[in-house]
Design a protein. Structure first.
Length: 600
């Protein structure tokens, strides 16, 4: 496919409830921009049981809005015939039918088990369970678990090259004994990827070849101190298309239409965040909060990680947020008096009517409170998975030469984090952009200087798969049409008395006016700052750190946005919301008033 000849691109994302289509066109000045967007209900379930129906319906809406002819009956016209007819490229992502559901097995839970989980998550899968030789379950319990879960595929790993082979062969025997059936399609064998000790390959083939669709790739932990996840990730993508999607209703037809392989939606979003971190050479955190799951993507020190919190969402799994966070943690974000039982009932109502949206300001505030906890818990989960390799010997001093240290420390460093990108209904479609900014600040507690942005209309999956075809076009549309820059948050780390001086920020705005803002401990301030970069001097008081040490001032560039510059001196390490109800309500209302979060 010659990139230079591409001028019109059609992309769809088949979500679990909605299929979204976008049309991208090359402008006379040579840059690619979003032309229009359409959506329709996804049709993977009965009575239609054909995903292409929803795809065609979403494309018809794009045709109407763009006044161009894309379909010829039920076929996409390719390549483009004229300015009014056809497209050059058609691509798609999908999470319909529950996305890609995997089970992983590893010899040691905290080593190869974790590496296998990272490989599966990075490929866009939901990890249903991790089975390990040392996970404390008896063999018959593991067999029953494999049999009952019915994953789309299993990733089996274990042992460094040249190490022991008995444990990984035992795991293979458990899979053979379970004889698991795949979720879709009854007439084919379950795909199993073996990415373990190469010395065990012959025994693994002997054990699993006749019972499963076995594929062998390079070991994902060839030596203790190195992970090699790409071969396993690539193979997961291939098998997802060949096996899982080929047996899902209507996907065979959709695969024939697309110019590159259909990608799992989270895998595509991850690709985009990974590219953003690597191109701009920054530490970046991306979050996609949906109805059933919350995905977090990060690039820290050049290392990409993704986690799926499969039980934290804003509709189908909203009751799980209540169960996992606890009533007190949700109540601490509600800025008015309301009985706990009333909040519980509202959450249950949302779960049984997942497509409803808040109809009053009070309901909106409750939903925002729940979102903060879903985001906070998802980040906790992400921190526990995005870690340095366990079992790796560190550089040591004489004093600890006899103690083997474990390096399972999280890579997530909120002080080095340059940018947070939010996506998903509650963040992309909040009535005021400042609401999205405050939800991300309260949930993630960024430190130092952090840029904030949201995905305008949820097109990150489309652009993620577009990076495979035309990375420049994907990048242009991502920066100019997809990302809404909210602004920058400055959060000094430290503790002091309420009302004591905390930080002074001095900058020259675009009109050459010098602005100096002093913020006291316990306060939060909003300074309107358009979508522009300004040179700033940030002077923290003694005992406060904004990135280079306590009391050290920074000369830097800060970026404005539709919200502006937020200076958050409410405290970090610790950040405390008062427990006493009256004080809590006062604290939350003061924050909301300072940022003009809700109508007064």
């Amino acid at each position: 496919m010659d990139k230079d000849k591409i001028t019109r691109i059609l992309a769809t994302d088949c979500g679990s409830t909605t299929t979204k289509a976008i049309l991208i066109e090359k402008q006379p000045n040579g840059e690619f921009r979003l032309k229009t967007r359409g959506e329709a209900p996804t049709t993977v379930e009965a009575p239609f049981e054909d995903v292409t129906r929803g795809v065609l319906n979403s494309i018809r809406e794009v045709e109407e809005l763009s006044e161009k002819t894309i379909l010829d009956g039920e076929k996409i016209t390719k390549p483009k015939k004229s300015d009014k007819e056809g497209v050059d490229v058609y691509i798609s992502t999908s999470s319909a039918g529950g996305g890609l559901q995997m089970m992983v097995a590893g010899v040691v839970l905290t080593m190869t088990g974790e590496s296998a989980a990272r490989a599966a998550l990075g490929a866009g899968a939901i990890v249903m369970d991790v089975i390990a030789s040392n996970d404390g379950r008896l063999p018959h319990e593991k067999i029953e678990r494999i049999r009952n879960l019915r994953p789309d595929m299993i990733l089996l790993s274990g042992g460094i090259d040249g190490g022991t082979i008995s444990h990984v062969v035992e795991l293979a025997e458990l899979i053979r004994a379970a004889d698991p059936r795949p979720r879709f399609g009854t007439g084919y064998s379950l795909p199993v990827i073996y990415a373990g000790n190469k010395d065990a390959r012959d025994l693994i083939i002997k054990t699993l070849k006749d019972k499963t669709a076995l594929v062998i790739v390079e070991n994902l932990r060839p030596v203790l101190e190195r992970e090699n996840l790409r071969p396993a990730r690539d193979q997961i993508h291939n098998l997802f298309m060949e096996h899982v999607m080929a047996h899902a209703p209507g996907y065979k037809k959709l695969m024939d239409w697309t110019d590159v392989a259909i990608m799992p939606t989270p895998g595509a979003v991850g690709l985009l965040i990974e590219n953003l971190g690597k191109q701009e050479k920054i530490d970046v955190l991306g979050v996609d909060i949906g109805g059933a799951t919350t995905d977090i993507f990060s690039v820290f020190a050049g290392i990409f990680n993704r986690t799926v919190s499969a039980n934290l969402g804003m509709s189908y799994s909203i009751s799980n947020v209540l169960a996992e966070a606890g009533e007190e943690n949700i109540m601490r974000w509600i800025p008015f008096e309301i009985p706990t039982a009333d909040v519980r009932n509202r959450i249950r109502n949302k779960m049984i009517r997942p497509t409803t949206i808040p109809s009053s300001l009070q309901e909106l505030k409750i939903e925002h409170a729940i979102a903060r906890e879903a985001l906070r818990l998802a980040l906790e989960h992400h921190k526990s998975m995005a870690v340095g390799l366990k079992g790796v010997q560190q550089e040591r001093t004489i004093s600890d030469a006899f103690a083997q240290t474990m390096s399972g420390e999280t890579l997530v460093n909120m002080m080095s984090l340059n940018m947070v990108v939010g996506s998903g209904g509650i963040l992309s479609h909040s009535p005021r952009r400042v609401q999205s900014a405050l939800m991300m600040i309260d949930a993630f507690l960024p430190e130092g200087i952090t840029r904030l942005a949201v995905d305008s209309i949820f097109m990150m999956p489309h652009l993620g798969v577009l990076t495979e075809v035309h990375p420049e076009a994907a990048n242009e549309v991502f920066i100019k049409d997809c990302l809404v820059k909210l602004g920058t948050c400055i959060s000094p780390v430290g503790e002091s008395k309420q009302g004591a001086k905390c930080v002074t920020v001095k900058f020259t705005n675009p009109n050459d006016q010098e602005t100096e803002v002093q913020t006291n401990y316990g306060d939060i301030k909003l300074i309107p700052l358009e979508n522009t970069k300004v040179k700033a001097n940030i002077r923290p008081e003694k005992g406060f750190d904004v990135g280079i040490g306590k009391g050290k001032e920074i000369d830097t560039e800060i970026e404005g946005g539709v919200v502006g510059l937020i200076i958050d001196c409410r405290g970090r390490r610790p950040f405390v919301v008062p427990e006493e109800p009256k004080q809590r309500i006062e604290f939350l209302q003061k924050t909301a008033a300072a940022l003009n979060v809700y109508p007064q």
